[in-house]
Design a protein around this ligand. Sequence first.
Ligand code: BMA
Length: 852
Amino acid sequence: MRQAGEGRQEMTFAAAIPLLLAAAQIDLAGEWRLSGRDGAGTAIECPIAVPGDVHSALLAAKIIPDPYFGANEPNVLWVSRRDWTVSCEFDVPADFLASRSIVLRLDDVDTFATVRVNGGIVGRTCNRFRRWEFDVKRLLRPGRNVISGEFRCAWDVAEGEAAKSPREYPRYPNGMLASINHIRKPQCHGGWDWGMTQMTTGFCGETRLVATDDFRIDHIYSSQDFNGDFSRCDLTVFAEITEVDGSKAVVTNIFSIENPCLWWPNGMGRQDFHEVVLDVRGRKIPKRIGLRKIEMVSERDVDPATGMEGRSCFFRVNGRDMFARGANWIPCDAFENRQTPERYRDLLESARAANMNMIRIWGGGRYEKDAFYDICDELGLMVWHDFMFACANYPPGDFLDNVREEVVHQLKRLRDHASIALWCGDNECRATWRGSWPAVKDDPGHYHHAYLERIGLLRSLVARYDPARAFWPGSPCNGPDDDMTGDCEPSCGDFHYWGVWHGGLPFRSFGEVTPRFCSEFGFQSYPSRETCLSFCRPEEMSLDSSVFEHHQKDEGGNRRIHDTMRMYFREPAGFDGMLYLSQVQQALAIKTAVELWRSRKPACMGILYWQLDDSWPVASWSSIEYGGKWKHLHYHARRFFADVAVLPTENPWNARKYALAVANDGMADVTAELVVEPWLFDGKAPRDDAPKNQYLRRVITVPAGGVKRFGHRWGDKGFYAMRFADAENAWFSTSFRDCDLAPAKVAVARVRETLVAGRRKFEMDVCTDLPAFFVWLSAQGIRGEFSDNSFMLLPGRPRTVSFTPKTPGVSLEAFRSALRLTHLAENCTGRPSAVPPGGTASPGLATLGLDG
Ligand code: BMA
C-alpha cells in the first residue's frame, strides 16, 4: 500500500489538490486477492490489481484465454455471470486512527459491491458512476486490517431489476443483456454493434482512506464573467468542503484578471491556462484554469442556399463562431485496466493531428477518468458530453434517485474543465417511447412521461450545478427546448445521418441532407492485416471464417461492406485487397459527406463522424484501429478537416450542377492560386486536349471563417487534380469501377533518418510513372504514423513523406525492411464485379456538361 506523498504517476493537477489537504491518507491501490468460482463451479483464487477488473486479473493469471482472440468471447462469458470477492490486508498506524474523521473513498466501483472492513459492513454500492464515501473510523483498528468487496453479478442484478419492475423498459437490441438499462453501468458492457459483451467487475478507481481533523476539499470550480471585448475576466473560484462533522461548506475567492490569455479550441488559438492561488481558510491552494466563454447558438433562421427555415446549432467560443470538426468517442478498451492515460493521449493526439477540435463522448460508454479531460484541455479538443444513457427507455421513479447522485457527482467533478462544451441528455433515446415494442405501443404516454422526467431531472441538475454550460436534451434533437415528441429534422439542431450505412443509400445521398450539425454518420471498414492477425490465425483470414464473422458485431455489416464495394470498385485482389479496399471505401464515404457539408457552411457548422476508436479489434466505423494504427480514413480526415480545404462536390438536387468550394476555417484570410487540372487515368501529364474551361487557374482570397463557391464543369473522362495553398484534392468523373486504372509503378527512394525538433523520423521520397491513387505506406510491426498517406500521386510530382516511430529504438534498417507500399490498382483485379441486386453502378459520378 502507498502512503500519502508517494504519489501516483497518473494523478492530475486538479485531482491532486483535495488530497493535499487531507490530514493523512492511505492509498489502498496495489495487489489484492480475487476469489470466486469458475465456469464449472470450482473455486478460484488469484491476485488482482486494484484499481482493476476481474477479467484482467483472470487473464493475467492465465485462468481465461484472451477474449479478443478467435471466437473466445463466449468462452469467457461465465466471468460476467459470477459473483466475485476482492480483498486485501493493510496497516493503519495508530496516529492515523486518532484523526477525528476517517472515510473510505471509492471511485469507479463496478458495480454492486458490499464493502466490509474487518468483517463489518461499511456500505453497499449500486452505481458505477458515483463516488462513494463511507465512514470507517469505528471499524478500523491499529495495525493489520482487512478490506473486502463482495461483488454481486451485475448481469443478475439487471435481470432481477427488470423482473421486479412493474413494466418492461425495452431497448434497441444491442449485445446480449437486454435489461442493462436497469443498472447504472456502461451500457456497452452488455455488447454493442461494435463491442463485445464483457461485464467488467471490480474496484476500478480510487480506493483510499482519507483522515481529517478539520475539513477536506472535495471539489474546486469557477465561474467566469467576461466583459464585451474579453479584455477582463471576473473570476470567482469556489472550494466545496466537507467539515469534520460531515456538513458541507463553500469557500469563495474572487479574482479580476486584466487582459486574460484565453483558452481556445485547436486551430483557433493557444490553449493557455491561468494559475491562481486560492486561500481556503488560510491554506494556499494553487489552481489552474482555462479562461474561455463557450456558447451554444441555437436560433431560428433560414438557410440562405435553400431558403429552408431551420434552427442553427453551433458553438461560439470567445465570441467567434466555430465549425466543429471531429469524431465520436467510445470507451477505448473493453478491459478497464487498459483504459490508461497513455491510451487516451495516443488517441486524442491522433484526433488533434487530424485537425479535429471536438470529440463527442457518446452516451453508451462512461464518464471518462480525469486524465481524459486534462488531455482534452491541453490539446484544445472541445467535448460534447452525453450523459450515460443510450438507445433505451429508462425507468422513472426510484431509478432516477440513483441517477441524480451520479449526475451531481459527475458535474462537480468535471465542470471546471475548459474543454467541456455542453451536456447532452442521452444518445438516441428520443424515439424509444414511440418504438414498436408491444409494451410501449400499449401505453406510449407512460414511456414519454418517463423520458421527460429523466430529461427534466438532467436539465435541472445542469442548471443548478453547472449553469454556464448549455444543456442539450438528447443527441439528436432539434434544439434546447425541443419537447422531444416529434421527429428530428436535419434543418434543426444536431442530426444523426445513417441513410448510407444503415439505409444502404449511395454515397451521393449524403448530399440530400444539410445537417446543421451532424453528430453521427459513418461507414464501416476492416482493420489492417496486421490487426486482423492479432485475433485470427492466417488460415482464418477469410470472410467465411467464423472468427472473422465473430469480429463483426453489426448484423449484415459484412454484406453492406461487400455490396457497396461491388458498386464502387472492381473485384478486390484477394483477401488483403479486400481489407485495403474496405478502408479506401470508408474513407471515400466519409470524405464525400464532409466535403459536401463543409461546402454548405454556414448552414452546416459541425461534423462529428462515427467513430474515432475501437474497444477491441473488430470491423467497425472507427478511423483508428484497436492498437492505435490509423486507417485510411484518419489520413483523409487530416486533409478534409484541415482549416483550408478544396471541396469538389456534386449537388444531388440538380444532376447537372456540380460545384467547387474552398473553405477556410482558419483565423486569417488566405490568398492563393486555385488550380484545377484535368487528367486521364493513364496520363503522364495533365490533359492538354481538354476544353479550356475545364482548367482553372485563378488567384482568390478566402476570408477567415469563410467559404467561396464556384460553378465548375467537369468533363466526363478521367479525373481532376486541384490545389489551393497547402490543400489538395481530386474529383473523379467516373467511378473506380468504371475505369481502367493504369498499372502505375510507384516507388520509394532515399529512405533516410532525420531529426526534427529532437524527434527521430524516417523520411522517404515516393514517386510514380502514372497516376496512382490511395497510395498506402505501412511499416509492418512498427507503431507510428506517416506525415501523409492514402494520397494521390501524379507522375513528375514526387512527394516526400516522413514516418515518426512510436515504437522505441527502431533502426533505419529495421524500418526499411518493414516498409511496404501499395496503391489502388494493385488491390483490384481488372474485372468489374457483379452489381448487387437493387444496386446501381457508378453512383454519384455522372457525366457533365459545361458552364463557366
Ligand atoms: C449510432 C450510435 C451507436 C451505434 C452506431 C452504429 O447510432 O449511437 O449506437 O454504435 O450508431 O450503428
